[in-house]
Design a protein around this ligand. Structure first.
Ligand code: NIG
Ligand code: FE
Length: 389
């Protein structure tokens, strides 16, 4: 039972129906369907100008992510496109994506900046997060990712990267924090992006201004970013394809969530997925997210991520659902509000047209989400998304 957008009662049908308040309640018939807490997608790059489909054939032919970046593609390609785009065009694309997230059962997302990489464009993206939050039902948790890569205009001289780090620390982080444009600060700590030392400088400055750290860690190479995340008490460290045993032990002892993004390896055609079983068995808190972005993971489907988690990460469907709901909520430090259907929490719900929850990942690439509720209100309803069922 739902009251004022929150879960007021849960349990066996007969018990809930016997409550005096239930008599006057409006009834939503979902017989024969599976109800889950709405997915929490704790890692997305929501605002970007366009796809990078022009790089797809290069990837298929075997060019690596880093090679494509060296040839003028990659993140800087998206930066060029974003700087040239109007706010209205960016917003329209993000709005369509948000409807797509909702249609796949997602009710809360994290969104990172990081395709602007100059003061105006980064602030523009974060401002869009705020506007979109006001204008549509999904909750958007905003993260500042000014440290995505060093922008082109800072690459010409040896001290360029350090000057860009100084711009982040002295100018952007204070302004983002003052204007409350983000809650978290992220850094892409990897070869071709930021070193462990630079990442530490940025995240420590962010923490001094009240922005909580999170990190893109060990995606392409092992840099020690996981140890840094644990050391800084980061909310999450994400990717983790190249973690070692010591990293896994450190995560297991910490409250830093290990967020796995198998959509990236799938899209890039890489064979080395993060060691999910090792992390779970060691006792780390494992979350799953889409990493929705135009370069490594152009999907907004959490059900597809669950399929990849099962087949590639060897997680069970139940582990996958936990990772995509309550553990992801914890990665955003929202576990008291969302991520499970318990009395007092938000009535954020995904209804799936399946008889058994395991069918959600089992039917890969098929969206079985039939209805999505945010704060007790229907925000998405597929009349019949999948006529075969
Ligand atoms: O999470 N690794 C860095 N950032 C994104 C990719 C961004 C892009 O290629 O546009 C990621 O994989
Ligand atoms: Fe990412």
């Amino acid at each position: 039972m739902i009251r004022d957008g929150r879960v007021a009662a849960v349990g066996a049908q007969a018990k809930v129906e016997a409550l005096p308040e239930a008599r006057a309640a409006e009834r939503l018939a979902v017989q024969g369907r599976v109800i889950l807490p709405g997915f929490v997608d704790s890692h997305t790059h929501l605002v970007h100008a366009a796809s990078r489909a022009e790089e797809y054939e290069l990837k298929i032919a075997g060019a690596s992510y880093e090679e494509i970046a060296r040839r003028g593609g990659g993140i800087l390609n998206s930066v060029k496109k974003l700087r040239a785009a109007t706010s209205e065009a960016l917003k329209q694309r993000a709005r369509a994506a948000l409807r797509g997230f909702a249609a796949h059962g997602t009710t809360t997302i994290e969104a990172k900046s990081g395709y602007g990489l100059d003061v105006t464009s980064e602030l523009k993206i974060l401002g869009l997060h705020q506007e979109l939050q006001r204008e549509q039902p999904l909750e958007i948790v905003s993260t500042f990712l000014g440290a995505h890569v060093v922008p082109a205009e800072y690459r010409g001289t040896p001290d360029g990267p350090q000057r860009y780090v100084a711009l982040l620390i002295n100018r952007l982080i204070p302004e983002v924090a003052d204007r409350k444009l983000a809650e978290f600060c992220d850094v892409f700590c990897d070869r071709g992006a930021f070193s462990r030392g630079q990442s530490e400088q940025v995240l420590e400055a962010a923490a001094r201004h009240g922005l909580q750290p999170r990190i893109h860690a060990e995606q392409l190479t092992r840099t020690g970013a996981t140890q840094l995340a644990v050391h800084l008490g980061a909310a999450s460290c994400d990717h983790l394809e190249f973690v070692n045993q010591a990293d896994m032990r450190a995560l297991a002892k910490s409250k830093t969530v290990a967020t796995l993004l198998p959509g990236c390896d799938f899209h890039l055609g890489l064979k080395r997925y993060a060691p999910a079983r090792g992390l779970i068995d060691a006792g780390a808190i494992v979350a799953l997210a889409t990493d929705y972005n135009p370069g490594t993971s152009p999907t907004l489907s959490m059900p597809m991520v669950l399929s990849l988690a099962c087949t590639q990460l060897r997680m069970t469907p139940a582990e996958g659902i936990v990772a995509a709901t309550i553990n992801a909520a914890y990665a955003l430090r929202r576990e008291k509000e969302v991520g499970s259907l318990e009395i007092g929490k938000l009535a954020d719900i995904g209804v799936f047209k399946v008889e058994d929850y395991r069918e959600i990942p089992y039917y890969f690439g098929v969206n079985k989400c039939w209805m999505t509720l945010k704060r007790g209100k229907i925000i998405s309803h597929a009349v019949d998304a999948d006529p075969a069922s």
